[in-house]
Design a protein around this ligand. Structure first.
Ligand SMILES: Cc1cc2nc3c(=O)[nH]c(=O)nc-3n(C[C@H](O)[C@H](O)[C@H](O)COP(=O)(O)OP(=O)(O)OC[C@H]3O[C@@H](n4cnc5c(N)ncnc54)[C@H](O)[C@@H]3O)c2cc1C
Length: 430
């Protein structure tokens, strides 16, 4: 028997893994907390976890090896040099969290249960049930091991990179130029960037092999990862060498914490970008990584998943609770489909643009990106402007960077000002 949510819908969530469970992707965007607070009232609970504040990001990326920053709050850009840490943390400046995903994801799933969803741990979705062209439910394996068929008016696929429906329907498309892998570990007692921002930002440093992330997730723990080309795990000695070569990485005196298992000192994730030819159809919708995944450089994956969740939920509510001329299924699903596609393309262009504009370090990884994107500067440049000037989305929360941040970003990435001016005069991207 399914329980009923606030909106009167019967919702069953199938989660095959026992929670809390480890997950990569710890550096969030401010809009994610806003959405979670608006819809689920989770702001205070998230604030009480001891997660690290993220007031922005510091990059060693672009024209020179000089670190530069993008802060979320324009007031902080003006104030930060005169602040101490207490002033920074109590100043009400816009910020995101950098989180232990095991705990963060657990909070979200428990919130879903509190809202009335029937969350079944250990239940694995196996395949869609089809009637003609319509998905009418799922075949699933219950925690007992029994396989059953369950019908539903709508199946939302949030299976992450498992991409249950996308694979079943053969819809997946890889983004070959953004193929990479990530090898990472957690450290105790790491430092932070110089000055008051300290451990309250994300740090990203280019290295010849690719780039390194440094993400404090609490006062004591820091996630550090290497993103590079190739399919293979980096071995520990190589990992250490790469970190030692990343100047400005504040790991002096830090201790690496144990890895996923005694024989695996490092964590590993494939971060191959991909999309699907469609994101919705009769009886089904894809969201989060199950819809698409764009390279982690912009730390937008969780935000996209949360927004996709809100968007899909609102679409379902509209479909089943407000029957009117505008709410026929095909129209609503097409709106969802197009919006997901548009968001994906904008993120993809911005990620390509970001990679295409690092000239301060050479290496196989970077040569490949320069070769791919050197001739197409105007397109990602236009994408960047499209994103930053708000042409991208009617919803303000979809903007990755604000207009006031762009001068600093352009300067640091070494953008040609004439190209920028010309690109501004062109029509926005479709
Ligand atoms: C190297 C790397 C670094 C990243 N860094 C960041 C970052 O800093 N910030 C950021 O925002 N994002 C980051 N991301 C992206 C982020 O991890 C994902 O975009 C985000 O976790 C997607 O959330 P999701 O809910 O769609 O999928 P997931 O978080 O993967 O959740 C999917 C869930 O579905 C369950 N599941 C899967 N298949 C089934 C099935 N058949 N039946 C039942 N349950 C199933 C899984 O157990 C899992 O719990 C990074 C990604 C990578 C690869």
């Amino acid at each position: 028997m399914r329980s009923s949510t606030r909106a009167g819908a019967s919702v069953r969530v199938l989660e095959r893994t026992p929670f809390p469970r480890h997950h990569v992707g710890e550096s969030l965007q401010p809009a994610t907390t806003t959405l979670l607070d608006q819809h689920l009232g989770l702001g205070p609970e998230l604030a009480a976890q001891g997660f690290a504040h993220k007031f922005g990001a510091v990059y060693v990326w672009g024209e020179t090896r000089e670190p530069w920053r993008v802060l979320f709050d324009p007031r902080l850009e003006a104030d930060w040099q005169g602040l101490d840490e207490a002033g920074l943390l109590s100043g009400g400046y816009e910020h995101a969290w950098q989180v232990d995903r095991a705990r963060f994801d657990d909070i979200l799933l428990r919130a879903a249960a509190r809202e009335g969803a029937d969350v079944v741990f250990g239940a694995q979705a196996l395949a869609p049930l089809l009637e003609a062209e319509r998905v009418v439910g799922l075949r699933l394996r219950l925690p007992s091991g029994e396989e059953v068929e369950e019908r539903a008016d709508m199946v939302l696929d949030a299976s992450g990179q498992g991409c249950l429906l996308g694979r079943a329907f053969g819809l997946q498309e890889p983004i070959v130029d953004l193929r990479a892998t990530a090898t990472y570990a957690y450290f105790a007692d790491a430092g932070g960037v110089p000055g008051v921002l300290g451990r309250h930002v994300q740090l990203v440093i280019t290295v010849p092999e690719g780039w390194v992330w440094f993400i404090p997730t609490s006062a004591g723990v820091t996630s550090v990862g290497v993103v590079n080309r190739g399919k293979e795990r980096i071995r520990l000695d190589r990992f250490n060498e790469i970190l030692a070569g990343a100047e400005a990485l504040p790991l002096a005196g830090a201790t690496r914490l144990p890895g996923p298992s005694p024989d695996q000192p490092l964590y590993f994730a494939r971060d191959w970008s991909f999309t699907h030819r469609r994101f919705a159809g009769p009886g089904w919708m894809l969201l989060g990584d199950a819809a698409c995944f764009v390279d982690p450089i912009l730390s937008g994956g969780v935000d996209a998943a949360v927004r996709g969740g809100c968007d899909a939920a609102l679409t379902v509510l509209r479909l089943f609770s407000e029957p009117d001329a505008l709410s026929d299924e095909a129209t609503l699903l097409e709106v969802y489909n197009e919006r997901t596609r548009r968001d994906f393309k904008a993120y993809l262009r911005l990620a390509r643009y970001w990679y295409g504009n690092n000239r301060s370090v050479e290496g196989l990884f970077w040569n490949a990106h320069q070769a791919i994107h050197a001739d197409s500067l105007s397109t990602p440049l236009r994408a960047f402007i499209y994103l930053t000037t708000g042409q991208y989305a009617a919803d303000q929360h979809l903007r990755v960077f604000q207009a006031w941040q762009e001068q600093n970003i352009f300067r640091s990435l070494g953008i040609d000002r004439d190209a920028l001016r010309k690109a501004r005069q062109r029509r926005p991207l479709p």
